[in-house]
Design a protein around this ligand. Structure first.
Ligand SMILES: *Cc1c(COP(=O)(O)O)cnc(C)c1O
Length: 354
């Protein structure tokens, strides 16, 4: 069945090993993040084979899937939990990222009920405006959390680059170190982990400017895709040919480049625009917005242009290509992060692990 998404395990492992040792050189433990491939167990197992200890995922379903397929963990839940999933969190998750006192209390109660003690990394918002207690209030809120029963606060963490697009730097990361020191001074308790970030924070390690004390990174995109979207770059030393996508041509015809008739909006609320290039050789691929993000995929044949996609059809311009395509041929793409995410999420895409 097509479309297919191919994951090259050894290439992903090369990225994992490289990034793990890059992190280790700065005293940072790397958590391997599996959410972009929906916790695909073969990929998770391949990461474990590289010596990665903790696996992180944002969805409890993915963590359950990995555990149920025999992967030992430890597992980290990256998305701050809902009340409705706390039973599963207590039973399946080893480290939970949390940013709220009520949830922390509730998790403590639920964990105690199962005779467990959930480990928590309390999230601090140092400026990106996604999850976390605002940094000015962090010391007092986390100090309160330390007294909650049924849980253990093992560290603090932050996430940058995901809502505000704020780039991790020495100043916002340094803030995290100061907060940890102040909590330890005021409460006399020790926090072992400072979980500094995701792929977007890698340049700090590469430049050797990561503030001392940050000892954990949670990396997904850089391992699986070899890219760093927040900094708009390929990660130096990582490969980008890890995930390849293949779709089939179901129509191939010569048609004008500009539509006939008055132009309204497409089903996604966008108004398409067209440049008149005369008649073009156009292909329709049996794949669409439901399976990939057409703005985040790159034909391996450089001379192919992606024109537009609707839910189930993607239109490509094949005029400039040196290849004479025909109906039934497959076209291959390298995928960006959002396309990898959709391809692994779509039940209509066959996953092939190589
Ligand atoms: C997704 C996520 C990560 C991993 O981010 P990448 O950009 O894929 O490296 C780390 N931490 C949290 C909280 C996340 O949600």
């Amino acid at each position: 069945m097509y479309p297919k998404v191919y994951a090259y395990l050894e290439r992903i492992q090369e990225n994992a090993k490289y990034l793990k040792s890059l992190c280790a050189d700065s005293g940072v433990e790397m958590v391997g993040v599996t959410k972009v491939v929906c916790g695909e167990p073969t990929i998770a197992r391949a990461l474990k084979e590289c010596g990665i200890n903790i696996l992180g995922d944002s969805r409890i379903q993915n963590i359950k899937k990995m555990r149920n397929s025999g992967i030992k963990g430890p597992f980290m839940l990256l998305r701050i939990p809902m009340f409705s999933e706390l039973d599963d969190v207590a039973n399946y998750v080893d480290y939970t990222l949390i940013s709220d006192l009520e949830i922390t209390k509730k998790l403590g109660t639920v964990s105690s009920k199962f005779n467990k003690r959930s480990k928590i990394i309390y999230m601090v918002d140092v400026g990106d405006l996604r999850e976390g207690v605002w940094f000015e209030k962090a010391v007092s809120e986390i100090s309160k959390a330390l007294d909650i029963e049924g849980i253990e606060i093992v560290g603090i963490g932050t996430n940058l680059g995901c809502f505000g697009g704020v780039i991790p730097d020495e100043s916002n990361m340094g803030r995290l170190v100061k907060i940890k020191e102040e909590i330890q001074r005021e409460t006399g308790r020790t926090l072992d982990i400072i979980s500094g970030g995701n792929t977007a924070a890698l340049p700090l390690i590469e430049a050797g400017s990561l503030p001392k004390g940050i000892n954990q990174f949670r990396l997904g995109e850089s391992i699986i895709c070899g890219t760093d979207a927040t900094n708009n770059r390929n990660v130096p030393g990582a490969r980008q040919d890890t995930i390849i996508f293949e779709a089939e041509i179901v129509e191939l015809k010569v048609k004008p480049s500009v539509p006939y008739g008055n132009i309204g909006y497409d089903s996604f609320g966008r108004k398409p625009t067209f440049e008149d290039k005369g008649n073009r050789i156009k292909g329709i691929l049996a794949v669409g917005e439901q399976d990939v993000d057409p703005t985040s995929m790159h034909p391996l044949d450089d001379d192919i242009e992606i024109l537009h996609a609707s839910s189930d059809h993607t239109i490509v311009d094949l005029t400039e290509s040196k290849v004479r395509y025909k109906v039934g041929d497959k076209i291959r793409f390298r995928l960006g992060y959002s396309s990898v995410l959709r391809a692994f999420t779509s039940p209509y895409v066959e996953k092939v692990i190589l």
